[in-house]
Write a protein that binds this ligand. Structure first.
Ligand code: SF4
Length: 289
């Protein structure tokens, strides 16, 4: 990784395959304001606005025409979108679909609707629910008081209906000793979850978790011998307010904007210009399931 100094042009990597199309459905509008949120989502004045349903529908048609094989809905909290459930159903007519949620809006009625949508589709529906700790004392300081119990209740609701959610946890600081992954899995089993699934993600130095920018940026030499095909920007594009962007992490940032609205015009190379690209390479993050 280059030390601060005269800056070489950022490396660019080609899209190998448009495997996944993401929609920043609610922009950065969220019912929580988590301590580590990489796009600083929250309940007030989202800096990235929600997408109009018509924009999502146009994106789904284009994704299908371009042969995309996965759809992801994220935010913010995507289930806050007034058309979220119908858009999920429409996405399931196009490709396997994943919803990234904090789970707080998944009551019995929403759980029933999601299960019915999954049952009625040729494609799979995955619900990723964020749980950043194996106990309220670990999770609630990050996500807000009472959120552990509510998110776990959503996991149990879906599990009980046979729609097994993926619990997504970030490596925020917590109890030492047994790895967070193992504690989460044990906690889920103890809570009666029949088939626990856990995905770990690193905390990204961006948004509310941003650290002081030390000026480090990737160079072409940093990527020598590194398999860039594993980077999210190698096989995905994101439709968010204001354009089509290189990856879910940088959605909404001008430097990652590749086209005004057309996926087909956003298939060119992505610039790995941002400080978070260093973390992305070092952590080997995979945004996909
Ligand atoms: S943040 Fe990661 S996925 Fe996004 S452009 Fe940088 S390296 Fe690619």
């Amino acid at each position: 990784v280059a030390a601060p100094g005269p800056r070489a042009p950022a490396p660019r990597i080609a899209l190998t395959d448009l495997r996944a199309v993401w929609f920043q459905l609610t922009g950065t509008l969220c019912n929580l304001a988590c301590r580590h949120c990489f796009n600083a989502s929250g309940p007030r004045e989202p800096w990235l606005r929600p997408l109009a349903a018509a924009v999502v529908r146009r994106g789904l048609r284009e994704a299908e025409a371009l042969g995309a094989r996965e759809v992801y809905f994220t935010g913010g909290e995507p289930l806050l979108h007034p058309d979220a459930l119908s858009l999920i159903e429409e996405a399931l007519a196009v490709a396997p679909t994943t919803v990234l949620t904090n789970g707080l809006l998944i009551d019995d009625a929403v759980a029933d609707r999601l299960v019915a949508q999954a049952a009625g589709s040729l494609y799979s529906l995955e619900i990723r629910i964020s749980l950043d700790g194996a106990a309220a004392e670990e999770h609630d300081p990050v996500r807000g008081r009472g959120t552990f119990g509510r998110a776990l209740a959503a996991v149990r609701r879906l599990d009980a209906r046979g729609l097994i959610p993926i619990v997504t946890a970030t490596e925020v600081s917590g109890a030492a000793g047994e790895p967070r992954y193992d504690r989460l899995r044990r906690m889920l089993v103890g809570a009666g979850v029949t088939r626990p699934r856990v995905k770990m993600l690193p905390v990204l130095p961006l948004g509310r978790a941003a650290e002081v920018d030390d000026g480090r940026r990737l160079t072409a030499e940093d990527l020598e011998g590194f398999d860039t095909a594993g980077l999210p920007c190698a096989d995905a594009r994101v439709i968010a307010d204001g354009g089509v962007y290189a990856c879910p992490i940088l959605a909404g940032l001008a430097g990652a904007r590749l086209a005004a609205q057309s996926l087909a015009e956003a298939l060119g190379p992505a610039s790995l210009y941002h400080a978070v690209c260093v973390a992305c390479r070092d952590s080997g993050i995979a945004c996909r399931n």
